[in-house]
Design a protein around this ligand. Structure first.
Ligand code: IMP
Length: 177
C-alpha cells in the first residue's frame, strides 16, 4: 500500500446523478410484477443500496457472494459462490446488480446459474463497464459508466479489501502491482 496513489475518475456527485437516472429508467421499465435486486457481494453493496432508493416502486433485495479475484488485480478465472440467495426467484423479474463488468466471466457464470431457477426475466445493472477487457459476451441493460482499462477502487470496489469506503471511484496506481 505504501507506493499506491489514487486519482478520482468519477466523483460522488456524478455517481449520484447517474444512479438516480438508472433508478428512473428501471422504475419505468418495470411498471408491475415482482422485482428482485440481486446485489453481488461485496463490491456492489453501496451501488445496490443507492440504486434501491432511487427506484420508485417496491423492490425485494437479495444478495449473492461471489469470489473470483482473490487478493490480486487479475481474475483467477474461477468463480466461487460464497453466499447463495436466501429466497426463490421463480417467476420474478430479477436485476443482477454488479459493481463492474471486466472480463465478463463472473456475470456469464451467474446468468447461467440464475436462469436455471426459472425467473420471469433477468437483466444486469453494472455501475462500471470495462468493455476492452471482455472475454465472455454479456449484455448489460443498465450501465452507469463505461471506463478505460484501469484498475479502480472506491464506492464499494476494493483492492485486497481496502478502499471500499471511498466516496468517489478512483484509479489506483500501485508501483508494486
Ligand atoms: P469479471 O468476472 O472479470 O467480469 O470480474 C468482475 C469482478 O472483478 C467484479 O465484480 C470486481 O469484483 C472485480 N473487478 C474487476 N475489475 C475491477 C477493478 O478495476 N477494481 C476492483 N475490482 C475489479
Amino acid at each position: 500500500m505504501n507506493n499506491s496513489s489514487l486519482r478520482v475518475l468519477i466523483s460522488d456527485q456524478a455517481i449520484a446523478a447517474r444512479v438516480a437516472e438508472l433508478g428512473k429508467q428501471i422504475s419505468a421499465d418495470y411498471p408491475d410484477g415482482d422485482l428482485v435486486l440481486v446485489g453481488i457481494l461485496k463490491g456492489a453493496f453501496i451501488f445496490v443500496a443507492d440504486l434501491a432508493r432511487s427506484i420508485q416502486r417496491p423492490v425485494r433485495m437479495d444478495f449473492m457472494g461471489i469470489s473470483s479475484y482473490g487478493k490480486g488485480k487479475t481474475t483467477s478465472g474461477e468463480v466461487k459462490v460464497t453466499k447463495d440467495l436466501d429466497a426463490s426467484i421463480e417467476g420474478a423479474n430479477v436485476i443482477i446488480v454488479e459493481d463492474i463488468v471486466d472480463t465478463g466471466v463472473t456475470l456469464s457464470y451467474l446468468i447461467g446459474l440464475l436462469h436455471n431457477r426459472k425467473p420471469r426475466s433477468i437483466r444486469i445493472a453494472a455501475l462500471l463497464d470495462k468493455p476492452e477487457r471482455r472475454l465472455r459476451p454479456v449484455q448489460v441493460a443498465y450501465t452507469g459508466f463505461t471506463i478505460p482499462d484501469e484498475f479502480v477502487v472506491g464506492y464499494g470496489l476494493d483492492y485486497a479489501e481496502d478502499y471500499r469506503g471511498l466516496k468517489d471511484v478512483c484509479v489506483l496506481y500501485d508501483s508494486a502491482a
